[in-house]
Design a protein around this ligand. Sequence first.
Ligand SMILES: [Cu+2]
Length: 90
Amino acid sequence: MSEASQNVNIEVAGGYQPQVVVLKAGVPATLTFNRTSAQGCLDVVHSQQLGFETALPLNQPQTVALNTTAAGEYDFSCGMDMFHGKVVIR
Ligand SMILES: [Cu+2]
């Protein structure tokens, strides 16, 4: 992970792996979600707090850019808010 950007891969297979992502505030960041299992209802990932909603077609990684200017803890979840992950910006 360089100082210029932070890019984290999250595998989506019956949940989020890793479930908690720690990012450095003020450094541009992206999350790339790769759904590798049809298990569960994880075909959409969204976060009201982080301001994204993205469909996750099976085995087609999707990247979202995050605003890291504000430190804090932010939740993301599947479309039905059953599976949760967290972004920690500090
Ligand atoms: Cu769900």
